[in-house]
Design a protein around this ligand. Structure first.
Ligand SMILES: Nc1ncnc2c1ncn2[C@@H]1O[C@H](COP(=O)(O)OP(=O)(O)OP(=O)(O)O)[C@@H](O)[C@H]1O
Ligand SMILES: [Mg+2]
Length: 492
C-alpha cells in the first residue's frame, strides 16, 4: 500500500512528553468540534515511521481559568463575563495501535517524536485494511463509516466468546445480527439456547421446544431425584435413589403418556425393591415394606406437570442431526422449570462432549443467552453441574472446534458469570456495563485508556471488541446497523 495516495487531513501535532505507546495530541484551532473520542489517526513520526493510534480521553485547557488560585480569568467568571480564550487549547491522549509504515500493523517500538504531525483519514480510505485482509468481519468501526468493517481472526472462534452489557445495551441484537452470521460464515453450525424464548425463537426457521427433547439418563435421574425430594434423604432415601437409578438406566419406562410413564416407573421401582429385599426363605423381608411405603408416599405426589420433562423423545443426537440440516437451531426454553432447562442443556452438552472425546471435529457453536442462569458466580444444585460441564467442553472445544458464546448482563460477582468459566472466554464484546462491574471491566482495558466512565455511558449497540479475535492489540469500538423495522418506535 502506498501511503502517498492516502487522503490525510492534519488535525494537530504531538505534544511533549511522548512515548512509544502513548502520546498527547494538541488539536489545531477548531478541530475540537470535529475530532471525537475513538477517532482513528495516523502519526507521521518525525523519527521515521508511521503509527496508527486512537484518540481517547480528551482535554480542554485554559490557563486563565485555573481554579486553584485567584487570577483575572476567575475574576471575569465571577463577574459574569467571559475570559480570554487566547490560552485555550484542546487535546486528546492517543493510544498507539501499532506501526503501519509497511501498510500492515506491527508493534511500534520507536518513541514518538514531539511535534510529529497527526492526521485523520479522509473519506475514501478505509483504515481497517491495515488490520490485515481477513475475509471475515464484524460490525464497523463506531466512529468511522459503515464500510469500515472490522476484520476478525476466526481461528479463535473456538477459544470462546463473551458478550457483556446491561439490559438494553444491545447484546441480543449484536448476537443475532453480527455474531451468529459470523459464526455461520466461518463454517460453524449454531445452536442457540433461548432461555426466554423471545430473543431468538421468533427470528429463526428451525425451533425445537424444550418439551420435545429427551433428557439423557443422568439428567432424568437428577431431575427425578430433585422432584421426588430425594425420598426425604437419609439412609432410606439414599437407598431408594440407587433403586431409582437402576430403573432409569434399565430404560424402556417411557410410556405414550404421563400416566403410563408414571405407572411404568412405579411398577419397576417396586420390582427392584422386592428383588433386593427377600429373605433366604423367599419371603419379602420387613425392609421391603419400609422401602415400598416410603417410595409410594413420594411417588404419589408426582403430578403430570412434574413428569412432562422426561417425556421428550428427540435425542441429543437427533438434535445435532437437525442442526446439521438447518445450520441454525434454536432450543426454546421458555416454558418449564429451571431444573428442566438446565437438564436439557446438560443432555446436549454431554453428548457433544462424548463426540469430542471420540475425537470428532465438531464445527458447532453454542450460543447461550442469560449465561448466569447456567454458570453463576456461586453455583448451587444443578448449576454446579452445568458450570463444570461448560468448563469441560470449553477446554475440549479448543481442540475439537466447539465454540461457546456466553451472553450476560454482568461480568463478575453476583450479577456476573463464574470466574473460572470467564477465564475461558478469550474474545469479549463489552457494551454499556453496570456500575457494579466497573472495577472488573477496567481490567480488560489496562493501558488502553478506556475507563469505567466511558463504559458506563456507551450507547446501545456499541461494544468494545477485546481479545484474541481482535486483530488490533488495543480494544476497538464497534457498532452495527439494525434494519429499519427493528428501530425503536417502528411498528412491526
Ligand atoms: N446497533 C444498534 N443500533 C441502534 N439500536 C440498537 C442497536 N442494537 C440494539 N439496539 C436497540 O437496543 C435495544 C435493546 O437491545 P437488546 O434486546 O439486544 O438488548 P439486550 O442487551 O439483549 O438486553 P437484555 O439483557 O434485556 O436481553 C433494541 O430494542 C434496539 O432498539
Ligand atoms: Mg437480550
Amino acid at each position: 500500500m502506498g501511503w502517498n495516495s492516502v487522503g490525510l487531513e492534519q488535525i494537530g501535532i504531538v505534544a511533549s512528553p511522548a512515548y512509544e505507546s502513548e502520546a498527547m495530541c494538541i488539536l489545531q484551532e477548531g478541530k475540537e468540534t470535529e475530532v471525537t473520542t475513538e477517532t482513528l489517526v495516523l502519526i507521521e513520526n518525525r523519527s521515521g515511521n508511521k503509527i496508527l493510534a486512537i484518540c481517547r480521553s480528551g482535554t480542554g485547557s485554559n490557563d486563565s481559568l485555573k481554579t486553584t488560585f485567584y487570577n483575572p480569568g476567575v475574576a471575569y467568571a465571577k463577574s459574569g463575563k467571559g475570559p480570554s480564550t487566547a490560552k485555550e487549547f484542546y487535546g486528546f491522549r492517543l493510544v498507539v495501535v501499532g506501526d503501519v509504515s509497511d501498510g500492515e500493523i506491527k508493534q511500534n517500538k520507536i518513541i514518538i517524536a514531539p511535534a510529529s504531525p497527526v492526521y485523520r483519514f479522509e473519506e475514501g480510505f478505509n483504515p481497517m485494511q491495515l488490520f490485515g485482509r481477513s475475509s471475515h468481519t464484524i460490525g464497523y468501526y463506531a466512529t468511522g463509516k459503515p464500510s469500515w468493517k472490522i476484520p476478525v481472526l476466526t481461528e479463535y472462534i473456538p477459544h470462546h466468546i463473551g458478550v457483556f452489557g446491561v439490559t438494553g445495551s444491545g447484546k441480543s441484537y449484536l448476537t443475532r445480527y453480527q455474531i451468529i452470521p459470523l459464526l455461520r460464515q466461518a463454517g460453524y453450525d449454531v445452536m442457540i439456547f433461548d432461555w426466554k424464548g423471545s430473543d431468538y425463537a421468533p427470528f429463526y426457521g428451525k425451533v425445537v421446544n424444550m418439551g420435545d427433547i429427551e433428557l439423557d439418563e443422568q439428567s432424568v435421574l437428577t431431575y427425578l431425584a430433585e422432584t421426588l425430594n430425594y425420598f426425604g434423604g437419609g439412609n432410606i432415601g439414599n437407598k431408594l435413589i440407587t433403586y431409582l437409578e437402576e430403573v432409569v438406566s434399565e430404560g424402556g419406562w417411557r410410556g405414550d403418556n404421563v400416566e403410563e410413564t408414571k405407572r411404568n416407573l412405579w411398577e419397576r421401582l417396586r420390582a427392584v425393591i422386592a428383588s433386593d429385599n427377600v429373605e433366604a426363605s423367599g419371603k419379602p423381608s420387613r425392609w421391603d415394606r419400609i422401602y415400598s411405603q416410603k417410595a409410594q408416599r413420594y411417588f404419589e405426589k408426582l403430578t403430570a406437570e412434574d413428569l412432562k420433562p422426561i417425556m421428550g423423545r428427540t435425542t441429543a443426537k437427533e438434535l445435532v442431526d437437525v442442526l446439521r440440516q438447518n445450520g441454525v437451531l434454536v432450543v426454546d426454553l421458555s416454558y418449564g422449570s429451571k431444573e428442566h432447562k438446565l437438564s436439557i442443556f446438560l443432555s446436549v452438552v454431554r453428548y457433544l462432549k462424548k463426540l469430542m472425546e471420540e475425537k470428532n471435529k465438531l464445527r458447532i457453536a453454542l450460543v447461550v443467552d442469560e449465561a448466569p442462569q447456567y454458570c453463576p458466580w456461586n453455583p448451587q444444585g444443578l448449576e454446579g453441574e452445568t458450570t463444570r460441564e461448560i468448563m469441560g467442553i470449553a477446554a475440549l472445544g479448543r481442540s475439537y472446534n466447539l465454540s461457546i458464546t456466553l451472553i450476560a448482563q454482568g461480568i463478575a460477582g453476583e450479577i456476573g458469570i463464574n470466574a473460572a468459566v470467564r477465564r475461558n472466554l478469550n474474545t469479549l464484546f463489552v457494551g454499556r456495563i453496570h456500575p457494579l462491574d466497573a472495577q472488573e471491566a477496567e481490567k480488560f482495558f489496562a493501558t488502553s485508556l478506556v475507563n469505567a466512565s466511558n463504559l458506563l455511558r456507551l450507547p446501545e449497540g456499541q461494544f468494545y471488541l477485546i481479545g484474541k479475535m481482535n486483530p488490533s492489540p488495543v480494544p476497538l469500538l464497534l457498532t452495527f446497523e439494525i434494519p429499519e423495522r427493528e428501530k425503536v418506535g417502528a411498528t412491526r
